[in-house]
Design a protein around this ligand. Structure first.
Ligand SMILES: [Fe+2]
Length: 183
């Protein structure tokens, strides 16, 4: 895989962003809604960048398979974090790497969290290992960056609104450049 650059990130979203994220929205719409929610909630720039790019690993799956793979857990969160390492600081890549574990944590520890998940997220939770045990939950909370990952997860769960008007990808490029550690 070629090392990540802002240009290669843009290229991935322009090539594969129109593919479905779930039943209702595209990968690009989902990414943009998550960034908009993070910004609305006053997140710092690193976390907004993480919200925007958290599912970039799905774009690799699409690139490889000609479509998202919902049956197997390809650990898109790690593929995404790995790709972005070197381009963005650890605060960004850790939030991305832990956003699936954050779902497993919330499903285990928040009443009603599971019920409120979209059908697609319920299905993927199963493939991803299901809700954490109490022991796994405490281990997760002890990890650096877990609270950012939980915040990211909440935007992730809400960034699925059909036809929501949000700022376009280009709006976030200056922020990505400021957050980047290599450009
Ligand atoms: Fe997501």
């Amino acid at each position: 895989m070629t090392p990540a650059s802002i240009d290669s990130v843009l290229e991935l979203y322009s090539s594969f962003g129109n593919e479905n994220y779930d039943e209702d929205v595209s990968q690009l719409a989902h990414a943009l809604q998550c960034a908009a929610l993070a910004s609305r909630d006053g997140a710092n720039e690193e976390l907004i960048a993480a919200a925007l790019l958290h599912d970039i690993g799905h774009l690799f799956e699409i690139q490889r398979n000609n479509g998202p793979d919902h049956q197997t857990d390809l650990r898109h969160e790690h593929a995404g974090a790995e790709f972005l390492r070197g381009l963005f600081p650890e605060s960004v890549t850790t939030a991305i790497a832990l956003h699936v574990e954050a779902k497993r944590y919330l499903a285990a520890n928040e009443l009603d969290y599971f019920d409120a998940l979209s059908l697609g997220s319920k299905r993927s939770l199963e493939v991803q290992g299901g809700p954490f045990t109490a022991q796994e939950s405490s281990a997760f909370l002890a990890r650096k960056g877990s609270s950012d990952a939980v915040a990211l997860r909440r935007w992730d769960d809400h960034g699925k609104v059909i036809d929501l008007a949000v700022p376009e990808f280009a709006t976030w490029i200056p922020l990505l450049k400021r957050v980047s550690i290599s450009e």
